[in-house]
Design a protein around this ligand. Structure first.
Ligand code: NIG
Ligand code: FE
Length: 402
């Protein structure tokens, strides 16, 4: 008797991103059967007729990948920072603009003034563009509220936008993104607010999946970041970090010591920190668009990450200051051209390694039995096209079974 399934894709070139001994986990002339939201079988197309499927799709030899994952974004925000782009062209640095009260704080002002609904609406526009590129899981951070109510408002807006567009949104509390102006003369009072009020509330009400901080001269110190991580750990939330973007404060090593999910940016990361990352399975998340937009010259130490077997993820960092983009495919391209990643590293960087950076690799990031049935059928037979064309030409079709 035939087995039943909800969705059967056959005649596909599967880019499974699973560890099957072949580059990209590739599996040609393959079929994939899904039922009740899960992948239940993978095998050669010749064996697919053992299934009776509610929906049948002939992939005609084209590529099928897992749904892509953008594991680092600041998609919820209000206002514009286009003026700062002009200021940077005039020679001011990102840090100088921040020190003069612009930068993150200018987005904070606009975001505090925006209503929840306004934030949901503008986030949906950006999320819709990511989804059009086959991105089905997106991490979204708070960090432009910087007080109790507005951080919560941002996390709620992120979840609501995900629900509306049927994108799986993972939220991250980034209250330690910048020092809000009202705490200018009392940094510790703001850290206390984060650790004693915001994190406990967010944890109790399950509003965030992780906690992040900006460990940098213009952000928070190593010691302050530790306090935030201690509170997150006490409340059972995993940590990640904006680490070593503009200078080496030892951030990547710190997040690794807490068994954190990922160290992000990591242009200035030292070998000592990389060794700690290797010991804790902390993913290195590359944000090549921010590197490009800030015209940075210090590149992340890719060779050392490879040498120590660190998993590399790639994300957009979509935000109004340093990464005005919702083009994840272009970020893959930039990771290759700027940081010398291979096409395979770029593809794994937005699939299985991005899933690891979110702690969801048991469910997502590869096409394997038991994982979530979220696939993308790409109008090409050549995997390099995904990276090469920067999202401009290759159309796709999202295939999901619920
Ligand atoms: O990831 N570096 C800190 N945070 C963001 C930028 C936020 C902003 O400038 O609005 C980043 O690059
Ligand atoms: Fe960021």
């Amino acid at each position: 008797m035939k087995k039943t399934c909800d969705l059967l894709i056959h005649n596909a070139q599967l880019i499974t991103c699973a560890d099957n001994g072949r580059p990209f986990g590739q599996f040609n002339q393959a079929a994939i059967a899904c039922k009740q939201g899960r992948i239940i079988w993978l095998g050669p197309t010749t064996e697919a007729m053992t299934f009776n499927a509610k929906k049948n799709i002939n992939a005609k030899g084209l590529l099928v990948t897992p749904g892509l994952i953008d594991c680092h974004t600041h998609l919820v925000f209000a206002g514009s920072r286009a003026n700062e782009f002009a200021q940077r062209l005039d020679g001011l640095s990102y840090e100088e603009i921040a020190q003069a009260g612009g930068g993150i704080l200018s987005t904070v002002q606009a975001t505090r003034q925006a209503s929840l609904q306004e934030l949901i609406d503008s986030t949906c526009q950006r999320l819709a563009h990511l989804k059009s590129q086959g991105v089905l899981t997106v991490e979204i951070k708070s960090g432009y509220g910087l007080d109790f109510d507005n951080e919560i408002k941002m996390l709620k807006a992120a979840r609501a936008a995900g629900n509306k567009l049927e994108v799986d949104v993972k939220t991250t509390l980034l209250a330690a993104h910048a020092l809000p102006p009202e705490f200018k003369n009392d940094r510790q009072a703001y850290i206390d607010l984060i650790c004693q009020q915001i994190i406990p509330h967010v944890a109790k009400n399950k509003l965030a999946d992780a906690v992040d901080a900006f460990c940098e001269g213009i952000g928070f110190s190593f010691e302050e970041t530790k306090q935030v991580f201690d509170a997150a750990t006490r409340w059972g939330l995993p940590v990640k970090l904006h680490a070593d973007q503009l200078s080496d404060l030892g951030g990547a090593g710190l997040v690794a010591e807490y068994g954190g999910l990922s160290a992000d940016h990591i242009e200035y990361t030292s070998t000592a920190s990389i060794k700690k990352m290797a010991d804790s399975d902390t993913v290195a998340t590359l944000l090549p668009y921010a590197f490009y937009a800030l015209q940075e010259t210090q590149k992340p130490p890719i060779k050392a990450f490879r040498k120590y077997g660190i998993d590399l993820a790639i994300a957009t960092d979509s935000n109004p200051g340093t990464a005005p983009t919702t083009n994840l495919l272009q970020c893959m391209h930039m990771a290759c051209t700027q940081f010398n990643l291979t096409v395979e590293e770029a593809v794994l960087g937005v699939t299985i390694n991005a899933a690891k950076a979110l702690g969801i690799d048991d469910k997502k990031g590869s096409l394997e039995v038991g994982k979530t049935a979220e696939m993308v059928l790409w109008d090409t037979q050549e995997i390099a096209d995904l990276v090469y064309w920067q999202g401009q030409i290759i159309s796709n079709q999202i295939l999901m079974s619920k």
